[in-house]
Ligand binder design. Sequence first.
Ligand SMILES: *Cc1c(COP(=O)(O)O)cnc(C)c1O
Length: 401
Amino acid sequence: MPVNQPSRPYALATRAVRTGQYQDLSDLHSEGLALTASYVFADAEDAAEQFAGRRPGHVYVRFGNPTTAAFEQRIAAMEGADGAVAVGSGMAAYTAVALGLLSAGDHVVLGDGMFGTTPRFFRAYMEKFGVRVSVADVRDLDQWRDAVRDETAMFVLETPTNPMMHVADVRALAALAAERDVVLLVDNTLCTPVLQNPLALGADLVVHSAAKYIDGQGRCGGGVVAGRADLLKPVSEVLRTAGPSPSAFNSWVFLKSLETLPIRMREHSRNATLLAEWLEGHPAVEEVHYTGLASHPQRALADSQQSGHGGLLAFTVRGGRREAWNVVDALSLVSVTTNIGDTKSMITHPATTTHGRMAPEEQARAGIGPNLLRLSVGLEDVEDLKADLDRALRAAGGRSR
Ligand SMILES: *Cc1c(COP(=O)(O)O)cnc(C)c1O
């Protein structure tokens, strides 16, 4: 195509704006970060074709970015998905799925013990638009079978749940969902594609909060939906039309972080297993919840669908809230913060923070007792973590070993 030449040399202001652009980033070994709000078309016809979606290409930042596309391709390849749609947060992933795939009159069954904001989203916003919601225990297939109605459009669940580590039988739920023509969505934030591939177990969609293990160093917010192409198309249309879009910078961080996700998840799992086993024998500890323990009631099921047990565990200390808080307050290495999935180990007292808005009866039903602590096990040396926890547990009133 002809290159249009200017009729005279450009003035300074024009040179300030127009020289040095359009660098070719294709020879960078480490994938580049493309920061741009829009894209240049070859000509007017190309613009028309790309806007109409008849020709591939990036049109505008709200729904197209090469760095984000690379992140989407990488996570799709790791999940074994047809594709993926990156969004601005884990909750934006739910928003995009719900707006794209649900209609008034539809019914959704949520797994018990989900990340608290997820049921809140469905109840506070989707119910307002006529979507009905019920809840079923992820461990009890009969509850899901009983919950299904003609209008049921989607099953939404996490496995294992956080912090109680209840495991859903994804294959069995996928069979039930297929039989009743229901979309099965699994939030795979905790296991990541390294330890669990829900799509291979029969799920239709996977959701991630990328702020957790995918970033893995607690820097950026983001989310992603992966799965079947026919289900992703309406989800990506939501991105274009409603705009819960990701930041290209965050996509770049996630893209690079995925490269070390397999070794990080192996090490998180190793550290957490060693700590869980050690905590189980500690005199100041009552009970430990971790799918990697031989004592976990659903260990065999977890092993049949996970290739590791991840970095999250929960335990109860002897005593009540005072003793649990004493442990938190006596730690020096482990951070007191409510996030999960960081290289840094983090502890939370769920009953007064993440689950603090639940009624006491609800907390009791969910197993969130006043003496429960949740530990997101990081990548520090496990002996240093043990020493820190041991000192804190002794301060709580338990005996040292
Ligand atoms: C954090 C989290 C979310 C929400 O993701 P944000 O990125 O915080 O919006 C959803 N599901 C699970 C399992 C999470 O841990």
